[in-house]
Design a protein. Structure first.
Ligand code: NAP
Length: 273
């Protein structure tokens, strides 16, 4: 199975199929530079991570053209609401030091329906104003996206959720797949907890490391994995996932590890009211 390095989003923009996560990487410029110089073309940041400026710096230092890099940020719930969202997007752009974001997400469904919709409306306007090219959501379940549809707003391009073999978010994946909403898989390395015998066994079999097995599983499922590393060697090895294939029977074996929400290792607020 050949996995593409880019996919088309529902609104027509192209997004790379692998991104570098920069959560808990305060000084992320170096990691971004290393990633971009070693084939990555997407960086996943957020206002909550307080490192948007580092992403911009790393992108500039990499020597790769801005137009060839796909940069994401996310608005965090204390800033939700119409006016504060527009202010936040402008501030993110100032931090980044480039004139636009490729993708801007609502970080979570927290704080209720009215606030979610006001925030989303502001993102649509930021998009119309050219401040962001695509908009999306994170940690949304189908019921949160239904609200967007009922309000008559455009569908999000992306829903970013915790997703790895132990937490496969099957109802959300099914919902989004039907509506052509691309799923980004956050925490694809289970935050480093990769010692399960099935994963270790496949790593040995394919002569890859456990992280490469998990990233490749995600790619073959059609997700967009966002592994985080602040280590040069691991950033590079995590990107070497397009040159091998996990057989169907082994993909099925990894699929059996799903423990639903019990398998989540982060906040996973998909059930928020
Ligand atoms: N939308 C959301 O609510 C949300 C929530 C969480 C995460 N995210 C996004 O998803 C990204 C990834 O998730 P995450 O940071 O939670 O966890 P992750 O990518 O699953 O795991 C990161 C951890 O794995 C280690 N690691 C990386 N490569 C490795 C390798 N090859 N071998 C062994 N260990 C390795 C890292 O350490 P080193 O750095 O030392 O390599 C780090 O401790 C985040 O950075 C963020 O961009 C989004």
């Amino acid at each position: 199975m050949k996995v593409p390095t880019e996919i088309a989003l529902r609104t027509g923009y192209t997004m790379p199929t692998l991104g570098l996560g920069v959560f808990e990487n305060d000084e992320c410029a170096e990691a971004c530079k290393v990633a971009l110089q070693n084939g990555y073309r997407m960086i996943d940041s957020a206002r909550y991570y307080h490192n948007e400026a580092g992403v911009g710096l790393g992108a500039r230092q990499s020597g790769i053209n801005r137009e060839d890099i796909f940069i994401t940020s996310k608005i965090y719930h204390p800033e939700f609401g119409y006016d504060s969202t527009l202010r936040a997007v402008k501030d993110s752009i100032k931090n980044l030091g480039f004139g636009y974001y490729d993708l801007y997400l609502i970080h979570s469904p927290l704080t209720g329906k009215a606030n979610r919709l006001a925030t989303y409306k502001a993102l649509q306007e930021a998009k119309a104003a050219g401040l962001v090219r695509c908009i999306g959501v994170s940690n949304y379940s189908g019921k949160h996206i239904d609200e967007i549809i009922e309000a008559g707003y455009e569908l999000p391009d992306v829903n970013q959720v915790e997703l790895h073999p132990f937490c496969q978010q099957r109802p959300i994946v099914e919902y989004c797949t039907k509506r052509n909403i691309v799923i980004q898989a956050y925490t694809p390395l289970v935050r480093g907890a990769m010692d399960h015998a099935v994963i270790q066994g496949l790593a040995k079999k394919y002569e890859k490391d456990a992280a490469q097995i998990l990233i490749r599983w995600s790619l073959q499922k059609g997700f967009i994995p966002l592994p985080k590393s602040a280590n040069e060697q691991r950033i590079i090895s995590n990107g070497k996932v397009y040159d091998f294939e996990i057989a169907e029977t082994d993909m099925a074996l990894l699929d059996t590890l799903d423990r639903g929400a019990d398998g989540a290792v982060t906040w996973n607020p998909v059930g928020a009211e």
